[in-house]
Design a protein around this ligand. Structure first.
Ligand code: ATR
Length: 320
C-alpha cells in the first residue's frame, strides 16, 4: 500500500481531529477507502513532520513480509497531539511512533512505560493496547546499539558521547545499561552534568577538551547538531588527532549520510557508523508490536543482511 493511501488516511484523521468529521463518519470514510477490509494501521506523528522516512521503512516491511498493513505520516501540532493520539486509538490504529517535538508529551500521556523509556525520559513508540491503555517505549538507545552491532562494532568498554539533548540521553542510557563506561561532553556543561545525574552514571569532560579523552575510549558518538550542514567550520580532523587506531566513530544524523565528522574519521582510516542504522533499528520493535513480525528475522526467506541492505539502499536513494 502506498503513499497516496497513507495520505488519504491522514486526511480522514485530520478532519476528525479538526471536528470536521465525527468518529462514526471517520470510520465510514475509512471503510469506504478500504472496501476489501481496513488494514492494520500505524503511524508516525510529529510537527512539522516533513522529512520523516518512517513510512518508507514500515511500508517496505509490510510489502516484503506480505502483511496487510499501512503506516501513515500524521502531522500534529503540539496543541492537537493528545487529541490526535486519542483519535487514532478510536479509529483502530495499533499505535504510533512519536518524533520531535512530542516525545516528552508522549512520555506524560502513556499509562505505562518500559524501563528504556523511563531511562531515556522520552517515548518514541506508542502501543495501543486492546484494553484502551497505551504503553510507551523508547527504542532510540537499543536502536543505536543495534546499528553498532550491524556495522560490526563490538560493544565498547568506554565511550565518549558529544551532546546532552534527548537523543544523547537515550544513547547514554543504553550504553550505561550495557555495562559501558561513559564520558560526556556538551557545549553547555551544566546540561551534561544534569544528564549524568539523571542517569546515575558517566563522567563529564569539558567541551573544549573532549579530544584529550579520545585515547581512553573505543567509541565516539556525536549527537550534536554540529556538522550537520551550515556549521561545517569545526575542525574534526584536528580533534581526532589523538584517536587510537581502533576508535569507532559514529554520528546519529543521516542527512548528510557522511557528516564532516565521519569524513574526517574515514580519512584517518577509522571505522565509521552513520545514522541510518539507528533510524532503521529503532523502528523494528514498533513494527513487531503493531504488525506482528520482527523485520529482519524472517525465517521464510530473505536473509536479514539482504533485506536490511536493500532497505538501506531505498532510504539512501531518498536522501538526494
Ligand atoms: P536532540 O534532542 O535532537 O538531541 P537538542 O536537545 O536540541 O537535540 O540537543 C542538541 C545538542 O547539540 C545539544 O547537546 C547542544 O548543545 P547545548 O546543550 O550546549 O545547546 C548541541 N549543539 C547544538 N549546536 C551546537 C554547536 N554549534 N556546537 C556544539 N554543540 C552544539
Amino acid at each position: 500500500m502506498g503513499t497516496e493511501t497513507g495520505a488519504a488516511v491522514a486526511a480522514i484523521l485530520a478532519r476528525c481531529v479538526g471536528n470536521d468529521l465525527n468518529l462514526d463518519a471517520a470510520r465510514e470514510a475509512l471503510a469506504a477507502l478500504f472496501p476489501a477490509g481496513i488494514p492494520r494501521l500505524a503511524a508516525v506523528t510529529g510537527w512539522p513532520l516533513t522529512a520523516t522516512r518512517s513510512p518508507l521503512l514500515h511500508n517496505y516491511w509490510c510489502d516484503t513480509l506480505g502483511i496487510e498493513g499501512l503506516y501513515c505520516a500524521i502531522p500534529l501540532p503540539p496543541e492537537a497531539f493528545e487529541r490526535g493520539i486519542r483519535t487514532m486509538q478510536s479509529l483502530g490504529f495499533r499505535g504510533s511512533n512519536v518524533t520531535i517535538p512530542h516525545k516528552e508529551a508522549a512520555f506524560a500521556l502513556v499509562d505505562r512505560r518500559t524501563r528504556a523509556a523511563d531511562r531515556a525520559g522520552a517515548v518514541n513508540t506508542l502501543i495501543f493496547e486492546e484494553d484502551g491503555t497505551i504503553t510507551g517505549d523508547c527504542t532510540d538507545g537499543t536502536g543505536y546499539l543495534a546499528s553498532l552491532s550491524e556495522a560490526g562494532i563490538a560493544m565498547p568498554r568506554k565511550a565518549l558521547v558529544l551532546g546532552a539533548g534527548g537523543a544523547s540521553r537515550a544513547i547514554c542510557a543504553a550504553l550505561l545499561d550495557s555495562g559501558c563506561s561513559l564520558l560526556l561532553a556538551n557545549r553547555t556543561t551544566a546540561r551534561a552534568a544534569e544528564l549524568v545525574e539523571a542517569l546515575g552514571g558517566g563522567t563529564v569532560v569539558p567541551w573544549e577538551r573532549w579530544p584529550e579523552s579520545l585515547p581512553e575510549v573505543s567509541l565516539l558518538v556525536n549527537t550534536t547538531a554540529l556538522g550537520m550542514g551550515g556549521q561545517g567550520d569545526y575542525d574534526w580532523s584536528a580533534a581526532l588527532g589523538g584517536a587510537a587506531p581502533d576508535l569507532a566513530v559514529s554520528d546519529i544524523v543521516y542527512m548528510p549520510l557522511e557528516t564532516p565528522l565521519l569524513a574526517a574519521a574515514r580519512a584517518r582510516g577509522l571505522a565509521t557508523v552513520d545514522g541510518l542504522g539507528m533510524l532503521i533499528h529503532q523502528a523494528r520493535p514498533g513494527f513487531a508490536a503493531w504488525f506482528g513480525r520482527m523485520p529482519g528475522e524472517d525465517p521464510a526467506g530473505v536473509t536479514e543482511e539482504g533485506s536490511m541492505a536493500a532497505l538501506r539502499a531505498r532510504v539512501v536513494a531518498t536522501l538526494g
